[in-house]
Design a protein around this ligand. Sequence first.
Ligand SMILES: Nc1nc2c(c(=O)[nH]1)N=C([C@H](O)[C@H](O)COP(=O)(O)OP(=O)(O)OP(=O)(O)O)CN2
Length: 166
Amino acid sequence: MSREQIMRKVKVEGNYLNFSSAHFITYGGKCEHLHGHNYEVLVEIEGTLGEDRLIFDFTVLKRLTKEICRRLDHRFLLPLYNPHLTLHSSPTEWEVLFGKRRYVFPRQDVVEMPIDNSTAERIAEYIGDELCALLAEYDTSRLSTLLVGVAEAPMQMAYYQRPFRE
Ligand SMILES: Nc1nc2c(c(=O)[nH]1)N=C([C@H](O)[C@H](O)COP(=O)(O)OP(=O)(O)OP(=O)(O)O)CN2
């Protein structure tokens, strides 16, 4: 077997890698009612073995992912770039308009996400990008691929995968 055929990865999931948040998505010209999910997150990292025969330390990966989950927990997930929503912000509130519907959220209850819809797909992408930013503090030279899965419900998961380097 050649070295190119070998694939190694680490994965963290469960163990408090979850968050409970409120959201609604727009699709098919409609806007869902405000509702919540108990989201579950998994992260996989592919790479090669280092001197200590680790690809990447599980403990660190869990801690960083938990930190991102903590920031999302018990918040409204606000997609900043949804073309079907009109947003107004004040120092204390976010106003969200869809047609005649109007929501007002206290700012401290909102996570402002630079995404166009809070689908599980985009939330996975957001978490992947946040994780990459946190991983910049670590040696990622041996890591090739990051995969994030976000489940809105059991057996209902969206994945986002990106290379560590373009
Ligand atoms: N590919 C995706 N499909 C859907 C997403 C998504 O993020 N990615 N999201 C939704 C909605 O947000 C919806 O909340 C979830 O839909 P659904 O599971 O149908 O609704 P329930 O939570 O009420 O589930 P039940 O099993 O019917 O109780 C839709 N699709």
